[in-house]
Design a protein around this ligand. Structure first.
Ligand SMILES: Nc1nc2c(ncn2[C@@H]2O[C@H](COP(=O)(O)OP(=O)(O)OP(=O)(O)O)[C@@H](O)[C@H]2O)c(=O)[nH]1
Ligand SMILES: [Mg+2]
Ligand SMILES: [Zn+2]
Length: 301
């Protein structure tokens, strides 16, 4: 690997379409389109939104920069496909689409394994006649120590500001099912203050249409928030998550596992295991066992 001059300018990749990458730097107040250096293309390097890159000027006025080298990734989540995340906003809807708590659990485990902070956003609260209808969700994640925010069309400016404070200065991404309102909320958060994001951006209709591409938006005072396409599948085994990672992804299990009789305990209710249906709410425990069986059977191959 050729040594890149560490004095070269660096930027964050906002998005990539058809081999063109939009770079941005808060520090240098920079934004520009870049291509991958030939050797990186030959090596099949696949940059992702959130990647950090060294870049140089090119001699092509249409694509004025060249990505010389990607910096090592601090973290990477296959879903939602953003590099270097500090925080994930797992978004569900209080009404429609029906919350997929299996997916929430999967995303929590993935994030914990990669040291990424998690916030659970319960959106579309305005559509609930009775806010208590989501109490069971809040109860399921209270023991897990997951921070929960309720959002929706009725969210106040103060609550929006609290959400912005949470994001500021970090690399943050939405993640979750399609139609939960991720793009709409991103628009509410930053509509007035979104920095200019270049000609290629399809801002028209944002929030009304299914998001097709992941894109990072620079946030005032530093930081980025990624809008991502909704998804319905997260495969933990394929993402390299082991049954040990799974158990470690549950704060409820981390609290009691020192009480298990055997150090090698698999935390599946075996002899002497301190993890039982008492350890966490029934729904979450059932899903834990399902996920455990799923990963264990994939690991056998
Ligand atoms: N009642 C209500 N509807 C909402 C809210 N947020 C979004 N919606 C509606 O839900 C639908 C989907 O919103 P989007 O913002 O496109 O959802 P998304 O999560 O970005 O969907 P994908 O891009 O497909 O992942 C739209 O019709 C929105 O108007 C909300 O807070 N309350
Ligand atoms: Mg969207
Ligand atoms: Zn155990």
């Amino acid at each position: 690997m050729p040594a890149v001059d560490p004095g070269k300018p660096r930027a964050v990749l906002l998005r990539g379409v058809g081999g063109h990458y939009l770079l941005h730097s808060h520090q240098d107040n920079f934004q520009g389109l870049a291509m991958l250096r030939g050797i990186l293309r030959l090596e099949n390097v696949r940059p992702l939104p959130g990647d950090k890159a060294f870049y140089d000027p090119s001699d092509d006025p249409d694509i004025p920069y060249v990505i010389e080298e990607l910096l090592p990734r601090k973290s990477f989540l296959a879903r939602p496909g953003v590099a270097n995340l500090d925080m994930v906003l797992i978004t569900i809807s209080a009404t429609h689409p029906r919350p997929d708590l299996r997916m929430v659990d999967r995303l929590i485990v993935m994030s914990h394994t990669h040291n990424i902070e998690v916030v659970l956003l319960i959106n579309k609260m305005d559509e609930l006649d009775e806010p208590a209808e989501i109490d069971h969700i809040k109860e399921e994640y209270a023991e897990a120590g997951i921070r929960i925010l309720e959002t929706g069309f009725n969210i106040s400016e103060v609550e929006l500001d609290q959400l912005k404070d949470l994001i500021r200065g970090k690399m943050v991404s939405f993640a979750g099912q399609s139609g939960t309102g991720k793009s709409t909320l991103l628009n509410r958060l930053f509509a007035a203050k979104l920095m200019e994001i270049g000609d290629l951006s399809d801002k028209i209709g944002r929030g009304k249409h299914t998001t097709r591409h992941t894109e990072l938006f620079p946030v005032e005072d530093g930081g980025y928030l990624a809008d991502t396409p909704g998804f319905s599948q997260v495969n933990l085994a394929e993402a390299g998550i082991t049954v040990e990672d799974l158990a470690n992804g549950y704060a409820e299990i981390r609290k009691v596992k020192h009480l298990c009789r055997f150090a090698s305990c698999r935390h599946a209710g075996d002899l002497g295991c301190a993890v039982s249906e008492e350890t966490m709410p029934p729904g979450r425990y059932e899903r834990y066992l399902e996920l455990r069986a799923e990963i264990a059977s994939a690991q056998e191959y």
